[in-house]
Design a protein around this ligand. Structure first.
Ligand SMILES: Nc1ncnc2c1ncn2[C@@H]1O[C@H](COP(=O)(O)OP(=O)(O)OP(=O)(O)O)[C@@H](O)[C@H]1O
Ligand SMILES: [Mg+2]
Length: 292
């Protein structure tokens, strides 16, 4: 374990050079199976990206119980419904949590966007357009599975992070999700995070099995963006409603997340700029909701 920690620290250091983003980047975090650690990843990734001085907004797209506000132990006053009704402006519904990170309580309201009157929709779009100036990265936490709302969030994003654990069912469900993503009409980069591993070998073997099946049967490219060790401090922090990056910044789990944050930025430096920006994000969301 000690060697892995030093190795990770070194990797994090090597990638310290910061990347300047020209446009807001949208990352949707999803999984085939529930309870694999999406929300934990999202909140800690937000902290790790903020540490690197990126501005982050978390869109809570999960209708479940264990969502982003619970992870931060906060209760936002307003949500996207107040934006839709015209009662509040986007600046008023964004809820600040820490290090400049803000939560955008979106959830079920997003589904309603497709049915709005023109004037209402225009107001929402103008407000959401202001997001682009406020943030570098929009992180979206979704529920598990391949429901229409989840797939809309994925299509509207630049990148999707598929989270899985080494458990066999998590693997089959991740494959099912990637299959659904591969038949979406828009392009999205697929990155894989293996969570709750005991060691590096287990992470590599889990990824290799997934990649083999995806390459053979689906033919879409996927990339391993990192893995996170099983760490009891994560479950403890969830119970205390504080992200582990806060309570235990030197825990092995948070160091893995910092490493993943570094990998993301390095990727953006190298990969061609295909990001859709806020306009692309909203229009894809609307189009897909309409097609339901
Ligand atoms: N690296 C880890 N080590 C140990 N436990 C973890 C780790 N990551 C997540 N967990 C635990 O797994 C449980 C599920 O995590 P989390 O709520 O983040 O999953 P989720 O994928 O968002 O779930 P859901 O599908 O219900 O939204 C939590 O109790 C959390 O503490
Ligand atoms: Mg969750």
């Amino acid at each position: 374990m000690y060697d892995q920690v030093t190795k990770l620290r070194r990797l994090v250091k090597e990638k310290e050079e910061e990347v300047k983003l020209e446009k807001m980047r949208v990352i949707t975090v999803s999984s085939g199976k529930g309870g694999v650690g999406k929300t934990s990843l999202v909140v800690n990734l937000a902290l790790a990206l903020a540490e690197r001085e990126y501005r982050v907004i978390i869109l809570d797209g999960d209708l479940g119980l264990a969502n982003v506000d619970v992870a931060f132990g906060v209760i936002p006053d307003y949500n996207i419904k107040h934006l839709i009704s015209g009662e509040k402006e986007i600046e008023e519904i964004l809820y600040p949590v820490a290090r400049g990170i803000k939560i955008f309580p979106g959830a079920s309201g997003i589904v309603e966007l497709a049915n709005l009157e023109k004037e209402q929709l225009k107001n929402v779009l103008v407000n959401m357009g202001r997001l682009e100036k406020m943030t570098d990265i929009l992180l979206i936490d979704t529920g598990a599975g391949i429901g229409q709302t989840v797939l809309s969030f994925i299509s509207a994003a630049d990148d999707v992070f598929v989270v899985l654990t080494p458990a066999p069912t998590a693997m089959t469900d991740a494959y099912g999700l990637i299959k659904a993503i591969s038949s979406l009409p828009t392009k999205v980069n697929i990155y894989v995070v293996i969570n709750m591993v005991d060691n590096e070998l287990e992470a590599q073997q889990t990824y290799a099995r997934l990649e083999q099946a995806v390459t053979k049967f689906l033919g879409v490219p996927i990339h391993l963006i990192g893995w996170i060790y099983k760490d009891p401090l994560v479950s403890r922090s969830v119970m205390n409603q504080k992200p582990v990056g806060f309570t235990n910044p030197h825990s092995i789990a948070y160091e893995c997340v910092q490493w993943i944050a570094g990998n993301i930025m390095e990727n953006y430096l190298r990969s061609p700029k295909v990001n859709k920006g806020i306009k692309g994000f909203i229009y894809t969301l609307l189009r897909l909701q309409k097609e339901r």
